[in-house]
Design a protein. Structure first.
Length: 255
């Protein structure tokens, strides 16, 4: 398939699929589909062993710079977390065309603003901690993600995706969590919420999100307050994520 055809027919689906994966990612050349880990904050030790800085309701944005091939697209994922809170004026001035011109990238995606709903990461590291300014906004390379043509096909909402991720995601005790439960009883805990689809979403309005979702048959939305910390371990270096129709992202936490 020629790159022009890929851009016109497959790329839009790929870009939407990336948001469903959370976009906190790390490349593995031998793997196919989505290969992902997390983007830590500025206070992370050099070995990336822990992230203690509170993250909940922290605002961040991402820019994805992509390279096309006959089989898919590979993105460098730049993230503002730990450097700035994605300043609104600079972010709203960004355009895909402008980012492509500035960075000399074949394709680009502007993803954000988003807000974390976990409290911290453990055992995570940046791919490159050196800041790079894009559109006047300092960012760092959090990782790389490769999306195959096969993975880009099909629906992007309420579709589970397995990603490579060597992290532990922590939700603290006595904090609220927002969860999707699929027809098999698996529980997915909200990792971040987005204001790209629903601009009025805030941490305070998340309890009402369930009434706004177009849940597939057998899916449920629920909220609860944790009696004990919830630690989500990427077993075997893999994690499973899903996205709702408001672009909020959830990580498999049980089942």
């Amino acid at each position: 398939m020629r790159n022009s055809t890929l851009r016109a027919t497959i790329l839009p689906a790929m870009l939407t699929a990336l948001a469903a994966a959370g976009l906190h990612c790390s490349d593995s050349p031998a793997a196919s589909g989505l290969d992902a880990s997390v983007t830590p904050d500025a206070g992370t030790p050099a070995d990336g062993s822990t992230i203690a800085t509170p993250m909940r309701d922290g605002r961040y944005c991402e820019i994805l710079l992509g390279t096309l091939s006959a089989t898919g697209v590979s993105f460098d994922v730049y993230n503002t977390w730990g450097l700035n809170d994605c300043p609104a004026a600079a972010w709203s001035a960004l355009t895909v065309a402008g980012v492509q011109t500035e960075t000399h990238s074949a394709v680009a995606r502007i993803n954000g603003p988003r807000y974390w709903m976990q409290d911290r990461f453990e055992a995570a590291m940046l791919l490159d901690p050196t800041p790079r300014t894009i559109g006047g906004i300092p960012m760092r390379l959090g990782g790389r993600v490769s999306v195959s043509l096969a993975d880009a096909a099909g629906p992007t909402t309420y579709r589970t995706r397995t990603i490579q991720r060597d992290t532990v995601t922590v939700f603290d005790a006595a904090k609220p969590v927002y969860e999707l439960v699929d027809p098999m009883g698996r529980v997915f805990t909200m990792q971040s919420y987005s204001v790209q689809v629903a601009a009025d979403l805030t941490a305070a309005t998340l309890p009402g999100v369930g009434a706004r979702l177009q849940l597939p048959t057998g899916w449920q939305f629920r909220t609860r307050v944790l009696a004990a910390p919830l630690r989500v371990v990427a077993t075997g270096g893999m994690a499973t994520v899903v996205q709702d129709d408001l672009a909020n992202t959830y990580i498999l936490s049980s089942g």
